[in-house]
Design a protein around this ligand. Structure first.
Ligand code: SF4
Length: 187
């Protein structure tokens, strides 16, 4: 299981089912192409002078044997006595799936003996750094999510009710064909 699984599950649990059980391929949307073109180093121009990390690792591969999970945050900021994973996003609003994704990295770091105090997200179009404290509550939340994702990977198809706007940007809409009623999509 990876950080992408957590991000996709939080966006819509059916995506996890399509990817991990049905092995369908995601269709690349315009929004995704735009995301790939983002210059992630702009986040460092903000982070270096304001937070003054001791060191920065780019794209570190993180792995937890205990949870059998792995992930690659855009950056790992190293401070004296603690670390903070940082992901860079191009959306124009702060999303819950992004937050869970950085907490997922925190869980892996913790299992590797590090002290992750928080997860950071930098939104390039907003020019905004969002900081989320990582405590026992967030740890519990991520572990609960892992159990729910595992359930789906084992074959349990979830039923979803989503805002239509989510489906409009979804790379699985061509196979999902959700039923639209007003502003909601059912699948
Ligand atoms: S089209 Fe909508 S309901 Fe279907 S997988 Fe995508 S976000 Fe989920």
């Amino acid at each position: 299981m990876t950080g992408i699984d957590v991000k996709h599950f939080t966006y819509c649990p059916l995506i996890t089912y399509y990817e991990r059980v049905m092995h369908f391929r995601e269709r690349v949307t315009e929004a995704m192409k735009k995301g790939e073109e983002v210059d992630k180093d702009v986040a460092l121009q903000f982070v270096y002078p304001t937070l003054k990390p001791k060191e920065v690792e780019r794209k570190p591969f993180l792995f937890s044997r205990k949870w059998r999970i792995s992930g690659v945050p855009d950056f790992l900021l190293i401070f004296p006595g603690y670390v903070v994973p940082l992901d860079v996003k191009d959306t124009d609003k702060v999303n819950r799936d992004h937050k869970l994704q950085v907490f997922f990295y925190c869980l892996i770091l913790e299992e590797n003996g590090k002290v992750p105090k928080a997860g950071f997200l930098y939104y390039t179009s907003l020019k905004k750094l969002v900081m989320y404290a990582y405590t026992a509550d967030e740890r519990k939340e991520v572990i609960e999510f892992l159990a729910r994702i595992k359930n789906i990977i084992q074959g349990k198809r979830p039923k979803v009710r989503q805002p239509v706007s989510k489906c409009e940007n979804c790379g699985f809409r061509h196979v999902c064909k959700p039923t639209i009623r007003g502003k909601l999509a059912y699948a």
